[in-house]
Design a protein around this ligand. Structure first.
Ligand SMILES: NC(=O)c1ccc[n+]([C@@H]2O[C@H](COP(=O)([O-])OP(=O)(O)OC[C@H]3O[C@@H](n4cnc5c(N)ncnc54)[C@H](OP(=O)(O)O)[C@@H]3O)[C@@H](O)[C@H]2O)c1
Length: 222
């Protein structure tokens, strides 16, 4: 992996090590929401099997791991957690579900798994069931709750519907986007589901390259 451009100064030259990746992907401050996606060159968030695993690359997996190391928690939609068969990881998980359904496989675990839902789900609030919002999940309150529970660096791993909702609520500070060197065609989900949009400019923080995958980090201007 090599650096094509970076706003960070003082990085060592030569192949990018895990230590350099950790510097490149360190969150710039607490109370920060970074989204992380992989996309084909034509913007698909899913491969032919409907999953992201079929479009990601070894370089993307390195960056995925670096993002997780940098984050205090992972925020993920229940749809992605179900489709991608999420399992507890070292990083606490906050799973967003309007229906209040925690995907199977995330029930009992040693690591913290929180369900973030709304009152319409009928779920009773507890330490591990956060109820914010009446008919829909109040994502600003969820992000605020992450911060108040000592998880201020939030890594939003998708999917496209949750990302669209986070953008609509103006809660996203950065986007880590891998461009995989392939084309999907067809009509797959894109990284942002219909309805999500960004009304602000973005600024590139870095572009890395490995085996024709481009690993990019974009900051949303405030
Ligand atoms: N390329 C990538 O980097 C990437 C990343 C992530 C996912 N994906 C792919 O994207 C696909 C899934 O896409 P998706 O957009 O359906 O995923 P998603 O946003 O994770 O899932 C949608 C579901 O999550 C819950 N949810 C999401 N946003 C919510 C909100 N604002 N409030 C309440 N609940 C919310 C709801 O669950 P309930 O139905 O339980 O209420 C909703 O039905 C999969 O194929 C996955 O492989 C790709």
């Amino acid at each position: 992996m090599r650096i094509l451009t970076s706003r960070l100064r003082g990085l060592p030259s030569g192949p990018v090590s895990e230590a350099t990746l950790d510097r490149l992907y360190a969150f710039p401050r607490a109370r920060w929401v970074r989204a992380n996606f992989v996309s084909t060159l034509d913007g698909a968030a899913q491969g032919s099997d409907g999953l992201s695993g079929s479009i990601n690359t070894p370089a993307d997996r390195r960056v995925f791991a670096a993002n997780r190391r940098a984050a205090d928690c992972v925020l993920v939609g229940a749809g992605t957690a179900r489709a991608e068969n999420y399992r507890p990881s070292r990083t606490p998980l906050v799973v967003v579900s309007r229906q209040g359904r925690l995907p199977r496989g995330l029930g009992a675990s040693g690591t913290r798994v929180v369900l973030a839902t709304c009152a319409a789900s009928g779920r009773r609030p507890s330490d591990e069931v956060w109820v914010h919002g009446d008919e829909s999940v109040d994502l600003a309150a969820v992000v605020g709750r992450c911060a108040s529970e000592r998880m201020p660096r939030v890594l939003a791993e998708g999917g496209p519907h949750l990302f669209g909702d986070l953008l609509a609520a103006d809660l996203v500070d950065e986007l880590a986007l891998t461009l995989a060197p392939t084309l999907a065609g067809g009509d797959p989900l894109r990284v942002v589901a219909p309805g999500g949009t960004l009304g602000r400019a973005t600024e590139v923080r870095h572009v890395l390259e490995e085996d024709n995958s481009l690993l990019t980090l974009w900051r949303i201007r405030r």
